[in-house]
Each structure stands twice: as structure tokens, then as C-alpha cells.
Design a protein around this ligand. Structure first.
Ligand SMILES: Nc1nc2c(ncn2[C@@H]2O[C@H](COP(=O)(O)OP(=O)(O)O)[C@@H](O)[C@H]2O)c(=O)[nH]1
Ligand SMILES: [Mg+2]
Length: 264
């Protein structure tokens, strides 16, 4: 708890067996009330390890994709009463020790969402981020800041936090089940007028922490540009994309959870 607010950490996992324990061990469990892992049909021991650690574990019967996995995470966190939800990749790429300051920024009431940025503080290249990913990150961020009217240092981190209000308001079911989910969610956050803060975070690149190849990264990059353009056109009232207008697409709480748990 922070200031009487219930803190959940959600871990969207895919083949995280080799890094989950290290990630979990560094969580500040004294202030974290709930840890939830959703296993997107991994081929390894992810769910067994998660259960052995006492983590609330949900297993998808088949691979839904990175975005689909996060939808399950957030639905579960809301269902279990979270006031603040911190999402961190369980691949030990980001420092779990920062959950306290990240969640505190939301508990303060100043921010609705918080991103742990690898770009603030110059840590990305030092942490081993490949140069092509760094350049793409900077270029996409520049374009997005222009089109979304924001001033963020990056939009691509796998470490982010949300207030309950954000998760209950955004039409997250209208977002993709693929990697571009992260970006669409941030565009929705801006669209619905929520404020986003940032904190700097060290990053680590090693084999198990980074598996997305060049081709998938390019698909993601194009999706990011499409999302930012959609936002700008919608702001200019030229289009009404479901990403921003389909208010019926709020997170379906029970349905995916029942399906996921029944198959576990
Ligand atoms: N649900 C799901 N997650 C995936 C899949 N492939 C990768 N991920 C996760 O997506 C996240 C980002 O991928 P990662 O390879 O770490 O990217 P990078 O760190 O940006 O190079 C990680 O937490 C992966 O476990 C997948 O097929 N399904
Ligand atoms: Mg990673």
C-alpha cells in the first residue's frame, strides 16, 4: 500500500522462466499488495515457477500476443482490487526496485500514468540497447511527440504504471493484441486527457531480455507511426477511429479471465 492505495504489479510473461525469479526477487514486496503473472502459452516453465513463488498466475490456453497478454493482466488487476497497477516485463531488462517511486508518482495524485524511461538519464546505450533500436526509438519518439502533442522521452519502454481510473476508462479492447498495443494505449491515454509522467530507469540487454528481431521491430515501428497519424487525424476531426471512439471497448473483465483460468 502507498497512502492507502492498493498496489499491483503485473508481469506479462512469455518464456520468462530464466529471468522471472531475478525479477521477482527485486520487487519491493513490502509495498506491493498483489503480483499477477499472465503466461501467454509459454513453452518453458514460466507458470510453474510463478506458482512456486506464490504469484497469482493465469495461463492462456493459446498464444494471444503481447497486447492480448497485457489485456488479461490489467483485467485481472482491476478484478482483484488494484488502485495502482505497475506493469514490468519479467525479462529482467528493467529494475523492479523502482516500483516504489513509480507507484508513488501516481499515488501523489499528480500523474495518471508513469513511464520508466531508458532514454532519460542516458542509460540506454550504456545498458546495451542495439544502436538501430536506439535510433529508431529516438526517431519514432520525435514523430510521436509532434503528432500527439506530448513531450515524452520515449514511448517504448516495458515498464509503466496506471491508475485504476485510466484502466477503467480506456477502450483497451480496441487496441491490438500485438506489440503495438503499448503504443496505442499511450495514444489513448493522451486522447482521454490523462497526464503521463516519467522517471529514468537503467536498462539491461542480454539474450533472454531481448528477443524481438529486426523484422518484428519494423512492423512495430510502422504501427507506431500509423497510431500517431490516426491520433492527429482524429484530433483534426477528419476521422473517428475505434481506437478512440469505441467506448464500448473497455476491458472485458470476467470473460477473458474465465476462459484463461479454465484452460490453465
Ligand atoms: N505475449 C507475448 N509476449 C511476447 C511474445 N514475444 C515476445 N514477448 C514479450 O514481449 C516483451 C518484449 O520483447 P523483448 O524481446 O524483450 O523486446 P526488447 O526488450 O524490446 O528487445 C518481452 O516481455 C517478451 O517476453 C509473444 O509471442 N507473446
Ligand atoms: Mg525485453
Amino acid at each position: 500500500m502507498i497512502d492507502g492505495k492498493r498496489i499491483a504489479v503485473v508481469l506479462p510473461a512469455y518464456n520468462a522462466g530464466l529471468t522471472l525469479l531475478r525479477t521477482y526477487r527485486e520487487l519491493p514486496l513490502d509495498i506491493v499488495d498483489d503480483v499477477i503473472l499472465t503466461d501467454d502459452a509459454s513453452n518453458d516453465e514460466t507458470s510453474q515457477i510463478a506458482r512456486s513463488l506464490g504469484i497469482h498466475t493465469i495461463v492462456h490456453s493459446k498464444n494471444r500476443g503481447y497486447g492480448g497478454n497485457q489485456k488479461t493482466c490489467y483485467a485481472a488487476a482491476l478484478e482483484r482490487g488494484a488502485d495502482i497497477v505497475v506493469m514490468v516485463h519479467p525479462d529482467y531488462q528493467y529494475s523492479p526496485k523502482l516500483v516504489l517511486p513509480i507507484a508513488s508518482m501516481i499515488a501523489s495524485g499528480h500523474y495518471d500514468a508513469v513511464l520508466a524511461s531508458r532514454i532519460l538519464g542516458k542509460g540506454a546505450l550504456a545498458g546495451g540497447m542495439p544502436l538501430y533500436k536506439y535510433i529508431a526509438n529516438r526517431a519514432l519518439t520525435f514523430a510521436e511527440n509532434l503528432l500527439l502533442g506530448q513531450k515524452l522521452s520515449e514511448y517504448h519502454t516495458g515498464y509503466r504504471a496506471w491508475s485504476r481510473k485510466v484502466l477503467e476508462t480506456l477502450p483497451l479492447e480496441a487496441c491490438s493484441d500485438d506489440f503495438v498495443f503499448d503504443n496505442q494505449m499511450l495514444a489513448q491515454t493522451a486522447w482521454f486527457g490523462f497526464s503521463t509522467g516519467e522517471i529514468s530507469c537503467p536498462t539491461r540487454y542480454f539474450e533472454q531480455a531481448s528477443s524481438i528481431n529486426f523484422r518484428r521491430s519494423c512492423i512495430y515501428g510502422l504501427g507506431v507511426l500509423k497510431t500517431a497519424l490516426a491520433y492527429r487525424l482524429a484530433r483534426w476531426k477528419l476521422t473517428k477511429p475505434s481506437l478512440f471512439y469505441d467506448v464500448s471497448a473497455k476491458l472485458q473483465r470476467a470473460v477473458p479471465l474465465v476462459e484463461a483460468q479454465a484452460q490453465a
